[in-house]
Design a protein around this ligand. Structure first.
Ligand SMILES: Cc1cc2nc3c(=O)[nH]c(=O)nc-3n(C[C@H](O)[C@H](O)[C@H](O)COP(=O)(O)O)c2cc1C
Length: 195
């Protein structure tokens, strides 16, 4: 099984990416899992311009293909203005509508404070729902006090991250991908040019 951890942070270093590196290490400890981090800061994903997702090329194409190929995801973002980053939004804009159908997704967020903890429920979970993926219960949220000297220093956050990662792996093992239910209605991406 391939687990892909996607970081929506533009920053380097990044607290979000750090958490996802820990999730990748945890996932890779399972014999049947290969896991890797896709840090969007390292990829030149073009802004969605409304074209058919099949028509993207270059780095954008490569990133789309990696997401589509993954069996399970852990998606992490810093809170920006009470939501996920524009970079992460853009990734979801260029993905085909069926890219995540039936896949388990663990959600991870970091924020300056706990102020926007519920944004995971209000912002990220509906996005996962649109893609007919499974939002695995037990999202992880970390704030600035959970990090020191470039490391995660909060055992509670680490335990929650381990539990979330293990749950994503267990879910992907046990839940068949075709259990995603009815297909979403086709939402055409027609431009004015096409009439
Ligand atoms: C443009 C911008 C907007 C932010 N908005 C919020 C916010 O609404 N709520 C919050 O808790 N933190 C906010 N922060 C703080 C970041 O979410 C926080 O520092 C996060 O851990 C950064 O993650 P990173 O190191 O992975 O980039 C904001 C930071 C930036 C740069």
């Amino acid at each position: 099984m391939e687990l892909l951890a996607i970081s929506g942070s533009p920053s380097d270093p990044s607290k979000t990416a750090l958490l996802l590196e820990l999730a990748v290490a945890r996932a890779a400890a399972h014999d049947d899992v290969s896991a890797e981090l896709l840090a969007l800061r390292d990829h030149d994903v073009v802004f969605s311009d409304g074209r058919d997702p099949a028509d993207y090329t270059g780095d954008t194409r490569a990133v789309i293909d990696r997401v589509v190929a993954a069996d399970a995801l852990v998606v992490g973002t810093p809170m920006y203005r009470g939501s996920y980053t524009g970079r992460l939004k853009n990734l979801f804009d260029v993905l085909p509508n069926d890219a995540l159908a039936g896949k388990p997704v663990g959600l991870v967020a970091t924020g300056g404070t706990d102020h926007h903890f519920l944004a995971v429920e209000h912002e990220l979970k509906p996005l996962v729902g649109f893609f007919r993926a499974w939002a695995v219960p037990g999202a992880v949220y970390a704030n600035n006090t959970h990090f020191d000297g470039g490391a995660l220093v909060d055992d509670g956050v680490r335990d929650r991250l381990d539990a979330l990662t293990d749950a994503v792996v267990t879910f992907a093992r046990r839940m068949p991908r075709d259990a995603a239910g009815a297909a979403a209605p086709d939402i055409p991406r027609r431009s004015l040019r096409e009439g």
